[in-house]
Ligand binder design. Structure first.
Ligand code: AMP
Ligand code: GLY
Length: 420
């Protein structure tokens, strides 16, 4: 079977690596992939938002199933487009992708279905904000309604800050929407909970904890994610039941009422307070870097899982997890998430030796004349499974020290909140 994989991050390299281990695979084509995927699959240059071009390439390379990694093509309707053209594709359609593409859409579903989440108001102007302020205390969280490449959320401590952030969004800072969702600040512990979903069923697909802030002890600006570990020690059977009954099922049923189905990965972003789950957000894809810690823990054949999901056969598919824990540390270009230099050689990468429990997943890299060159803010994900998070972290940092990439930096404290 030939597989098409859309995306170019660490998430896609992790998926690609796992897919390549399946006996069901003949060839994998990555649109456009990175240096890591190029070594194990075939990279094909393509703009992933040019759906006509993607369709042509799918037909040219005789691709049997397509897996969509990132949110933007999903939110813009790549699944509807490919299905209409008789291509088998894994991922939610345009309507269901509003779970990530529109914060107001999700909040309204929560309100109608009593799903626990922060109190909120959808605002179109300053007047709306003032109404919300009358009944709320700071900090207040301001969120751009549409996709904002991880830059749409600000925790505001003062009225001035809230008005400034909102004004920019009302004026169109993010092209996807001029609306803003303001909501109460939730305290507690964050948990990323993942599911794989077909028309009739859903199955657990791992839990993880991301580290979004750029600096140690969770300080500084937000990033795409500086590191993660899996499983999350927060999750237990009782909590999971609450997440499923109070949040997941009512959401999937609400979509069904609109005569729509959710299929694909579902990323449930939660705040856990005194053992109670609150929905922070949905993403309609795997997390990045969460995927890089969940996939190494998967024992079962990923191709079969995707195939079964596409054929609405998820109920029967085998999804077995390793007992080991997993962690990844992201090596970034100095300056990220602000400005950083590109096109810098990562000299020592080829000479690094890792054991069978480790993986180095590429993100912003390309191959040029046999050299691996950085082209993004997040560059590599050094990942390992093992028995103990502290030991795993030590092992990863040892590799990062050996790599000694002078243009990069990383957080040395991934997992700092773990107590045991
Ligand atoms: P989002 O893009 O909605 O995931 O928000 C990004 C990050 O902002 C989350 O991972 C949380 O750390 C934080 N955040 C979002 N909403 C809230 C909230 N209501 N209360 C506290 N923190 C929040
Ligand atoms: N790691 C956060 C995200 O994928 O959105």
């Amino acid at each position: 079977m030939n597989i098409g994989l859309i995306g170019s991050g660490g998430r896609e390299h992790a998926l690609c690596q796992k897919l390549s281990e399946s006996r069901l695979v003949d060839k994998i084509f990555c649109f456009p992939g990175n240096a890591g995927t190029q070594i194990i699959a075939n990279n094909v240059k393509a703009d992933i938002l040019n759906f006509d071009l993607i369709l042509k390439l799918i037909r040219f390379y005789k691709i049997d199933i397509v897996i969509v990694g990132p949110e933007e093509p999903l939110v813009r309707g790549i699944v509807d487009f490919l299905k209409k053209n008789k291509v088998k594709v894994f991922g939610p359609n345009k309507f269901a992708s509003k779970l990530e593409g529109s914060k107001s859409f999700v909040k309204n579903i929560c309100k109608k279905n009593n799903i626990p989440t922060a109190d909120f108001k959808v605002c179109r102007n300053k007047q709306d904000l003032k109404i919300f302020l009358k009944k709320s205390k700071f900090p207040i969280v301001a969120k751009a309604d549409g996709l904002a490449a991880g830059k749409g959320v600000t925790i505001c401590n003062t009225k001035q800050q809230l008005f400034k952030v909102s004004e920019e969004i009302f004026k169109g800072k993010f092209q996807t929407s001029k609306k803003i969702v303001v909501e109460e600040f939730l305290s507690g512990d964050e948990l990323s909970y993942f599911l794989i979903v077909d028309k009739d069923n859903f199955r657990f697909f791992g839990s993880a904890q991301d580290h979004k802030k750029v600096r140690e002890k969770d300080r500084g600006p937000n990033t795409g994610g500086m590191g993660a570990y899996s499983p999350s020690p927060l999750l237990n059977e009782k909590l999971e039941k609450k997440i499923i009954d109070r949040i997941v099922k009512p959401t999937l049923n609400a979509l069904k009422k609109h005569n729509n189905f959710y299929t694909g990965f579902l990323y449930v972003g939660l705040m856990i307070k005194n053992g109670e789950p609150y929905l922070i957000e949905y993403n309609v894809r795997m997390g990045d870097p969460e995927c890089q810690v969940i996939i190494p823990r998967l024992k079962s054949d990923l191709v079969r899982i995707f195939k079964d999901t596409i054929n609405n056969n998820l109920k029967k598919t085998k999804i077995i997890w390793k007992k080991e824990k997993s962690m990844t540390i992201v090596l970034c270009s100095k300056g990220y998430p602000g400005n950083y230099k590109k096109n810098i050689k990562i000299k020592n990468l080829k000479s690094i030796k890792i054991d069978k429990n480790m993986r180095i997943y590429h993100a912003g890299t390309k191959l040029q004349n046999g050299h691996i060159i950085s082209i993004g803010g997040r560059v590599l994900n050094i990942t390992s499974i093992g028995k103990n998070f502290f030991e795993i972290r030590k092992k990863i940092i040892k590799i990062l020290k050996k790599l000694n990439w002078k243009s990069g930096f990383y957080r040395k404290d991934i997992g700092w909140r773990i107590k045991k």
